[in-house]
Write a new protein. Structure first.
Length: 467
């Protein structure tokens, strides 16, 4: 496809309009290339995403259109905003994707859209583009699209069978914020397609289980666990070998536009994970692109990027580190500490649990230690079965000793005798004044230690540093 100037002009407008949508990860879908098709998917614009094996891959990230009938006060594409408008046809989206894929620019597509005419029309345009990619161009690569709230459930279902991931943006964390800043949207319309995708994924898994049982029954009829499928047999025949939204669904919340506290946001995210089986909740620091007087002015202060970062850290604690929202943040202190990350903040507030002996602590306890990640905790569990550990080994396992040194003992000893005092530890964490011994770092540089880093000798003799 030779890209015309008209297509380039549209591309410039619609890629720029898509930059505020951050829900573009692709982890979760894995599909090998098939003869007669083009592309594959790895559990893993140009928008960068990261595959399960750590590779950085590129997705073509565009809007189908930035025309929109809604007038959300925070959105640069709202109907009352005076910006250049453009729309791609389904054919143009399909040809662009294939053209960029053949040039090795991209490995997949992320497609969102403003609401043109109405939700049904917009969802139909997205479906047509994806259907053309899958059937006309035989594209087998990764595709992530937005499910449009208010669209016909049949359109969402048809689309879900031919994409890898779908997402429905929550927009704002609370219904009150949505009512005030996006009165044409409501929480029920947003949650309805989320529930549909969740139910559809579960039914798809049951179908896959049934197919496996059907294959087994062909060889051993007496071992079949399920009778013939009735209501779902039509879907099985319509989508042989396929899965419904195999990479799962995600959502996005705008942070800092409507005054919600971190407490409300973190607890909302936890509820979304629990109730809708979400793969990810994305947080987007608010940027005032419309100048509306009901919105905070970010001209001088800038978007709340550090707050966004802390929310992502809290989100990771819930998803990977077995933390609950109530442990991370409470109604008494409704905002995350800006000075330190949520895990360090939790540890500093619960020094009665520390120091932790890494030779004997269980996996759950290891995950609570600042500086110890999921992989390093698993490595510690594996390695200590074969022998004793030392601090040099912990560093090789990926433990960040500059943080962990305050919270662990190894073989009954701390790396350096330190005070188990919140103010002392916080001061040193913020100043990063601690210097690891050369035996740990492998460096030959010698440096005078600060007296603040050492305990009183009387304390050391009393065994304080080994508790």
């Amino acid at each position: 496809m030779a890209l015309s100037q008209e297509i380039f002009d549209k591309l410039e407008i619609l890629t720029d309009a898509a930059k505020y949508d951050v829900a573009c990860t692709s982890s979760g879908a894995s599909r090998r290339g098939v003869k007669g098709t083009m592309g594959s998917a790895v559990s893993a614009g140009l928008c960068h995403a990261f595959a399960a094996d750590g590779r950085c891959i590129s997705l073509l990230k565009i809007l189908q259109t930035n025309e929109c009938v809604f007038d959300c006060k925070y959105c640069c594409n709202r109907c009352s905003n005076d910006v250049p408008r453009a729309s791609f046809t389904p054919e143009e989206i399909a040809e662009l994707t294939i053209s960029f894929y053949r040039r090795n620019y991209i490995e997949g597509l992320f497609l969102s859209s403003g609401i043109r005419n109405n939700p049904d029309y917009t969802m139909e345009q997205i479906y047509q583009a994806v259907y053309m990619l899958r059937n006309k161009y035989r594209f087998n690569g990764y595709i992530h699209v937005k499910a449009i709230p208010g669209a016909d459930p049949l359109l969402i279902e048809k689309t879900g069978w031919i994409v890898d991931r779908m997402s429905v943006n929550m927009e704002l964390p609370t219904a009150e914020g949505l009512r005030r800043l996006a009165p044409q949207k409501n929480r029920k319309k947003i949650l309805t397609p989320m529930r549909q995708i969740q139910v559809g994924r579960r039914e798809s898994l049951l179908l896959q289980d049934y197919r496996g049982q059907a294959a087994l029954m062909d060889h051993h009829p007496e071992t079949a666990l399920y009778p013939a499928v009735t209501g779902k047999q039509m879907l099985q025949e319509s989508h042989p070998g396929s899965s419904f939204v195999p990479a799962g669904q995600s959502t996005q919340m705008i942070i800092g536009a409507s005054g919600e506290s971190d407490y409300e946001i973190v607890h909302m995210a936890e509820a979304m994970y629990r109730q809708f089986d979400l793969k990810r909740v994305f947080y987007s620091a608010f940027i005032n692109t419309t100048g509306d007087d009901q919105l905070p002015d970010t001209t001088e202060s800038g978007p709340p990027l550090l707050r966004e970062h802390r929310l992502y850290q809290a989100d990771f604690l819930m998803r990977f580190y077995q933390f609950k929202a109530e442990e991370i943040i409470t109604a008494d202190q409704p905002h995350l500490d800006i000075q330190v990350d949520p895990k360090c903040n939790w540890a500093l507030g619960h020094l009665e649990y520390f120091p932790v002996e890494v030779q004997t602590a269980d996996y759950h306890t290891l995950l609570r230690i600042p500086g110890v990640g999921v992989k390093s905790a698993k490595r510690i569990i594996t390695a200590r079965r074969m022998g004793t550990l030392d601090f040099a080994a912990l560093k090789k396992f990926g433990v960040v000793l500059k943080r962990a040194m305050y919270f662990i003992t190894c073989g009954g000893r701390m790396m350096i005798p330190l005070k188990m005092n919140r103010s002392f530890i916080l001061t040193n964490l913020l100043g990063l004044r601690e210097t690891l011994p050369p035996g740990i770092t492998g460096e030959t540089v010698y440096q005078q230690m600060s007296l603040l880093d050492l305990m009183d000798p009387a304390d050391e003799r009393s065994g304080y540093g080994n508790r």
